[in-house]
Design a protein around this ligand. Structure first.
Ligand code: NAD
Length: 306
């Protein structure tokens, strides 16, 4: 089989070497299209491939139509909202992600940003500590659990909400289970968002919800931009709630307005940094290669998302 790594933002070199080793030892051929600048390059590269490994690359109906032999797409990472799942399903293409491979990286960034904020961007002013604070986790998946593990080490009190009943998992992790997202916003000093972007969650973090937060609370988003109602959040932070802070790893479309109006009460990483570690990069790339080999060897669809 011919397998293409198509990455507008390339993997680390060592990750590509590892992917090649896995693919070639299973008897397949690996080709790469890295740092491409034009969709036409991607359309040409997929013409004769059977499998595709991508990162945040946009795989829409046009790309799938240009790839008549494509059987499987693996998104090396957690979120797969960059792949048109309906079209993939209609064309019998299996889509997978590589869950858990970058969740520690994202969780560590959460604490990097929280400490940066609590210590006033290291500007010399006296700050505050995370120990003893109540941390609310919205969506208790791979990242949420890793955030909990670190928070426990910092002696924070952790509450979590997920729309699945994850009572046992939360109990085992020493987490207080909340039955609504509202309860998290009402009870916690810091609310950390780990929702996927879905029809249900898009724009769901809105004025009504954030308005419930405790005085001087902090909202941190390392999930997806789309889950925030940016206009409502900015209006709330500017008017009724001048005490709240918003930290995000996904720059809002209204970044300039947020930055200008909110000063130190707002921080956005210059680009999405959550999964940007050497370790996460390698883990996700190698997992994608292994998943493709198992799919072709024995039809394994363990991490299929469509
Ligand atoms: P995951 O699939 O392991 O967990 C997602 C959780 O969300 C699941 O437990 C699911 O039950 C829950 N959920 C889904 N819809 C919900 C809803 N409407 N209400 C409540 N809970 C809901 O995913 P993950 O690996 O933990 O990733 C979490 C988020 O972080 C995703 O949005 C992902 O795209 C994002 N992410 C960002 C970066 C980054 O670079 N900043 C890197 C990795 C992941």
């Amino acid at each position: 089989m011919k397998i293409l790594v198509a990455t507008e933002k390339p993997f680390a070199k060592v990750a590509v070497e590892g992917i090649r080793q896995i693919i070639e030892s299973a008897g397949h051929e690996l080709v790469t299209l890295e740092s491409y600048t034009d969709k036409a390059q991607l359309l040409a590269a997929v013409a004769d491939v059977h499998a595709l490994i991508i990162r945040s690359d946009l795989i829409d109906a046009e790309v799938m139509t240009a790839a008549p032999q494509l059987k499987i797409i693996v998104r090396a990472g957690a979120g797969y909202d960059n792949v048109d799942l309906a079209t993939a399903t209609a064309r019998n293409i299996v889509v997978m992600n590589t869950p858990g491979q970058n969740s520690n990286a994202v969780a560590e960034l959460v604490f990097g940003m929280l400490i940066f904020n609590a210590r006033h961007h290291f500007n010399g002013k006296s700050g505050s500590e995370l120990k003893g604070k109540t941390l609310g986790i919205v969506a208790y998946g791979q990242v949420g659990r890793n955030v909990t593990r670190i928070a426990k080490g910092m002696e924070m009190e952790v509450h979590a909400y997920d729309f699945f009943d994850l009572a046992e998992r939360m109990k085992a992790d020493g987490v207080t289970k909340e039955d609504s997202i509202k309860a998290i916003f009402e009870k916690c000093d810091i609310v950390s968002l780990h929702l996927p972007a879905t029809a249900d969650t898009k724009q769901s973090i809105n004025r009504a919800l954030v308005g419930l937060m405790k005085p001087k609370a902090v909202l941190i988003n390392t999930a997806r931009k789309e889950i925030i109602n940016e206009t409502e959040l900015l209006a709330l932070l500017l008017t009724e709630r001048p005490d709240l802070t918003y930290l995000t790893d996904i720059r809002p479309d209204l970044h300039n307005e947020y930055a200008e109006a909110l000063g130190e009460r707002y921080f956005a990483t210059p680009k999405k940094m959550g999964a940007q570690t050497a370790e996460a990069n390698i883990n996700a790339g190698l997992a994608a290669a292994r998943q493709i080999c198992s799919f072709f060897a024995d039809g394994c669809t363990k991490f299929q998302v469509n």
